[in-house]
Write a protein that binds this ligand. Sequence first.
Ligand code: CO
Length: 298
Amino acid sequence: MTKRLRSTLVLLILLLVMVWAVPVPAAPHGGKAPEKRAILLVTFGTSVPEAQKVFAGIEKYFQEDFRGVDIFWAYTAEKIRKKLAAQGQELLSPEEALARLMAQGYTKVGVQSLHVIPGEEYTDLARVVDGFRSMSHQFHPILSPPLCNGSADLLRIRDILLANLPKERQPGEAVLYMGHGTPHAADMAYPALAYLLEHKDPLVYVATVEGYPALDDVLPLLKAKGVKKVWLLPFMTVAGDHAHNDMAGPEPDSWKSLLAAQGIEAVPVMKAISEIPAIVEIWAQHLQKAAPGLYGSR
Ligand code: CO
């Protein structure tokens, strides 16, 4: 390192330390910053354009439920953020979105996880929100849990799903919901929901792509009951890549093809659970409970 470079570096470091040390008051001395409220809706995201439309419906619901609160979005899937960035669509990560809201002077931010279960995406989000909460006494992000946050939620979800089964379904035809599934402990929500559903309608099933139960666990049950036709629906926030490919795709390993190989006709229905207002209501009520100060009358 040359002498000149070294002294430039020292000067730069000194400058940085000085800038760092000067306190920047966010509010007049002794006063509190005016309250500015926001909601950050956080989803995994999807690269399927027609699946993205469900986000507008969710936003509208929250807008009506939380009048006067500004609504923003963040996406937890880095892969999807990168893919859409390449197409010119800027999606923010939860970190980026919270940093912006903080810089814009928001004081109270309800962070709603639009995930289905409290799995990896949710636990990562919780870590980010915790970090931001400890960063400034002016900025209060409050995390609200995902859809399946306990048995009471699962009982409600069971009733909502059973009230929204395909109208064209005939007696003897089964319904199979595709959940995502995960090696995370929160995977337990899927067998729990399957148990609750089965006790109300013995031909309604849940299986997952990456957790338990798998399709292989449900196939023998369908065969034992002599089921000839199954309605396939995503138990996911969006009917995205998994629904289009793993559930309904033409490949031999899609659920549709695997069922057909067993002599069972599978009819995919591309309707995400977030298209059912009663489901969005569960998320919204989680937020009302987690951040009561955000809630305005509907
Ligand atoms: Co996935």
